[in-house]
Design a protein around this ligand. Structure first.
Ligand code: FES
Length: 290
């Protein structure tokens, strides 16, 4: 599964989940009677009881006066209570709203239940998709591609291609393995710190990535070495550290030659080695490229 496809699937899953959540949770709840009530019932409810504070009573002819309420104390009488708002025949008062329990078999097909199930289904599908995407990234590739054993070609042909008659080197780049194949003579091997597993039939496969901060390291034909344009790290043609901020040699892959004389690069395992003290290859052999 390609990176772009996984990202697209995850994005679609997130958008679908967000959409379903938005639709599901913007609906009023069952307990929210005001949102669920008909417009007429809400209007009737606006006729709230009003409370009036009467003026102090006037003195009577005999000098007595009606009991006057204390200042700030409201007296609510039958007359001061506003009559309940008239409810039109076609309107329904809140008291008349009756909620009936929906039978279980009918609940299963309500829109609300459908949306709930759709929400959870979408969420779990999205979760499964993400899980599958992560697994595909982590799962070791057993067939082709970087991470698998790469058939670089006939070992004898490759050797004649990368080692020139004048002794100079022209690395063969294997895009599928992200590797440079370079030659290494027996003398160079003896003088270097290479491990046997990283040499087969006089060939070595170097990982293309600079061990400093990960730039792809290009080959410099004039100096006969790898020179990183990012921060100036330099390596011999065999990937041995020569200069710059790189902390170690270029990484290598384990290589082998099978019964059919094919060079097999095992890109599933990278061999990292410290900066070479003894170098098997001379560098530089000419002007630098950076
Ligand atoms: S990435 Fe190559 S020197 Fe920094």
């Amino acid at each position: 599964m390609s990176d772009a496809l996984v990202i697209a699937i995850i994005a679609i899953g997130v958008l679908a989940a967000a959409g379903v959540f938005a639709v599901a949770f913007r609906r009023p709840t069952k307990d929210d009677w005001e949102a669920n009530a008909p417009a007429g019932a809400r209007k009737a409810d606006k006729g709230a009881i009003e409370v009036s504070v009467p003026e102090p009573a006037a003195e009577t002819a005999d000098g007595a006066s009606d009991p006057t309420p204390l200042s700030g104390v409201a007296v609510i009488t039958q007359d001061t209570v506003a009559a309940p708002a008239e409810v039109a025949d076609d309107e329904v008062s809140p008291a008349e709203i009756v909620y009936e329990e929906t039978p279980a078999d009918e609940q299963a097909v309500t829109r609300r239940n459908f949306l709930k199930k759709a929400t959870f289904t979408t969420f779990f599908v999205w979760l499964a998709t993400m899980g599958a995407g992560y697994l595909s990234f982590m799962w070791p590739k057993v067939k082709g591609g970087f991470g698998a054993d790469i058939d670089a070609g006939d070992a004898t042909e490759i050797l004649s291609q990368v080692l020139q008659a004048d002794g100079s080197v022209t690395p063969l780049f294997i895009p599928e393995g992200r590797a440079y194949v370079i030659p290494l003579t027996d003398e160079q091997l003896a003088a270097s710190e290479f491990e046997d597993t990283t040499v087969a039939s006089g060939l070595v496969a170097l990982f293309q990535t600079c061990v400093h901060l990960g730039c792809r390291v290009p080959w410099c034909s004039s100096s006969q070495g790898f020179e990183c344009p990012c921060h100036g790290s330099k390596y011999t043609s065999a990937g041995e550290y020569f200069a710059g901020p790189a902390p170690r040699n270029l990484d290598r892959f384990i290589v082998s030659v099978n019964d059919d004389n094919r060079l097999i690069i095992s890109t599933g395992s990278i061999v990292a080695t410290p900066r070479a003290q003894a170098k098997g290859v001379e560098y530089p052999q000419g002007p630098s490229c950076i």
